[in-house]
Design a protein around this ligand. Structure first.
Ligand SMILES: NC(=O)c1ccc[n+]([C@@H]2O[C@H](COP(=O)([O-])OP(=O)(O)OC[C@H]3O[C@@H](n4cnc5c(N)ncnc54)[C@H](O)[C@@H]3O)[C@@H](O)[C@H]2O)c1
Length: 323
């Protein structure tokens, strides 16, 4: 399906946040392709169980370290060709409660990683941004060139990383590529806790017969993108880092559902007729989040392979066996 994605034999990758949801899926794919993968993670939200299957693989190395430490970053990039930087604190509501920690982990941490990477001369530095940078932008379909006012510290940290990405490419020639993920879902995503994302949270709650609360009226739209598409986007961004230098791209499926439509689909697939409760709108939430994917298709050759429904089916099966 992505036979054009191939790196030089013996390529070495660093995945920061590799014990987290997205990072562990990237590690898995790269190992399957036969490359060396180093994972740098401080296990703040990531889990050893996500990388346990790779620990015996001689091409895999786990380094427990923190991107807030420049020394940890410098050590982690030694001998590395491509950096896929996923480590950060997620969650809009949590960032509103703890803005200083977000600044440290997401902005200082990313700056450290960029600095270490430019000194190590890596070929591409791909980093995770977020659709939250669209803020209160009013376009129904989000295009990379138009963003609004930031609505949360989390969104601001991601925008700051994009600005640093642009500077590191123009000032120092580092091939930085920013990926604005929309709502990613799939295996290894944490369904627990107050800040869990809506797909794993709802699947867990419905499977366990717990009550489900939709924030707001459920009319908010989301472009849910399955993890396999996001992994593909990362590999393409690394491969075409020179061509895409200093750019940012939407990473989405390119289609949207409302939260209520998603909920109804979920109860249908799980064969559970459970009515949701409706709660207050979450502060900092974007009402409509729909992506234009023309730029990533044209420049990186990205074609999402897994549809929302197919991805939802795969994800439900995984949670049935892993909750
Ligand atoms: N999941 C989504 O829908 C989504 C959407 C937009 C953007 N993103 C971004 O994608 C990236 C990965 O998100 P995820 O959903 O996999 O989250 P996650 O919490 O599962 O993974 C983040 C990983 O980073 C690690 N980490 C955090 N701070 C660190 C630090 N200071 N030093 C070292 N490691 C650290 C955590 O332990 C964790 O393993 C993040 O940058 C996030 O902001 C995710």
């Amino acid at each position: 399906m992505n036979s054009d994605i191939m790196f030089e034999k013996g390529s070495r990758f660093l995945v920061t946040g590799g014990a987290g949801f997205i990072g562990s899926n990237i590690c898995e794919k790269l190992l399957e392709m036969g490359y060396f993968v180093r994972c740098l993670d401080n296990l703040s939200t990531g889990k050893m169980e996500n990388i346990a299957p790779f620990m015996e693989n001689e091409n895999f190395e786990f380094v427990k370290g923190d991107i807030r430490s420049l020394d940890d970053c410098k050590n982690a990039v030694k001998g590395i060709d491509y950096v896929l930087h996923q480590a950060a604190w997620g969650s809009v509501p949590r960032s509103i409660e703890e803005p200083l920690d977000y600044n440290e982990n997401n902005i200082t941490g990313t700056l450290n990683m960029m600095e270490a990477s430019r000194n190590a001369g890596v070929k591409s530095f791909v980093y995770a941004s977020s659709a939250s940078v669209y803020g209160d932008d009013e376009l129904a379909v989000k295009i990379e060139e138009s963003i609004g006012k930031m609505l949360s510290p989390y969104a601001f940290t991601k925008l700051a990383c994009e600005h640093y990405g642009s500077l590191y490419s123009s000032l120092y020639g580092l091939n930085t590529v920013g990926l604005r993920y929309f709502n990613v879902f799939g295996k290894n995503q944490d369904p627990m806790g107050a800040y869990a994302s809506v797909i794993p949270k709802f699947i867990k709650e419905i499977l366990k017969g717990e009550s489900v609360t939709i924030d707001g009226d459920g009319g908010q739209t989301r472009d849910f993108v399955h993890i396999e598409n996001v992994v593909q986007a990362n590999l393409r961004a690394a491969l075409y880092g020179e061509k895409a230098k200093g750019m940012v791209f939407n990473v989405a499926y390119g289609d949207t559902v409302t939260l209520l439509e998603f909920y109804n689909e979920l109860t249908r697939l799980l064969r559970k007729d459970v009515k949701p409760n409706f709660g207050p709108v979450r502060p900092g939430d974007i009402r409509h989040s729909s992506a234009d994917t023309k730029k990533i298709r044209e420049i990186l050759g990205y074609v999402p392979q897994v549809s929302f429904l197919e991805g939802l089916g795969k994800t439900i099966e995984w949670y049935k066996n892993n909750l």
